[in-house]
Design a protein around this ligand. Sequence first.
Ligand SMILES: [Zn+2]
Ligand SMILES: [Zn+2]
Length: 315
Amino acid sequence: MKCTFCGTDEVVYVRPYDKIALCKEHFNEQFEKRVKRTINRYKMFQRKDKIAVGVSGGKDSIALLNTLVKIEKDFPESEIVAITIDEGIEGYREEGLYYAKKHTKRLNVKHYIFSFKEDFGYSLDEIIKKLGERGGKNRAYGACSYCGILRRKILNAAAKTVGANVVATGHNLEDEAETVLLNIIRGDVNRLGRQSPYPKKVHKDLIPRVKPFRLTPQAEIVMYMVINGLEYQEVACPYAVEAYRGNVRNFIFETQNSQPMLSFNIVKAQDKLIPYLTKNKEETKGKIKSCKICGDPSASEICKACSLKEQLSNL
Ligand SMILES: [Zn+2]
Ligand SMILES: [Zn+2]
């Protein structure tokens, strides 16, 4: 087989959805081109942005940082910084932190580390220990739900602290497809509209979040890491066994074997629905409530993080 672009025999990857064969050079070129196109399509960045990249040390976040640093060279007025959130998961977070430090240093990107313990008062391990078994009287949800609430809140606060005006995360095509399907399965059509790929300032204290890998398949991110010799944390979080997303995730990857356009189609469907879903919505008018305790944007009077803190202080 020969590279579709240059005809060399040294093909490293054949894209299952369009059968395009790629040598290393053209794989990297196409990979970066797609990220640029995604950024432009959803108008993710402005020329003078200070972009905070959430870097966990996993493949998605390292690949994203690597790619954005390359793209950013054409935009000297912008700046990229990296933020790692240390959730406090013993025996797991240390390795991710090691890779995050290693790559930010290599790329000469300023790296900030924030932690649950320092910013919330409890590490994730402590929270789960206090709440007890899932399904017990104090804990309704899997660890990932609590972690997600706090990670979003702390990442937003961290971005504000470092003066960033946009946050980029490494969510990839299948992550996005999965989120769309989960919202449909739960009947949460409003959320489908809220999770718009366009950065929006919906609340004065909410730094807009963007996902430049929204149209990049996971398999290509893994390939990008491998062919460029980039190391990352491969072991899964010990709490992942509690994740609710499992079934939908398996469905996507299994179905994709015979229908390689599946995730692209799901994400495109959301794109087409968004104009209808966001019409006249409070979110688009910037009228999201503020939490009465911390002031952060919140769907209810008191945000989920503050309610969790209150619950923990009573245990
Ligand atoms: Zn080639
Ligand atoms: Zn709050």
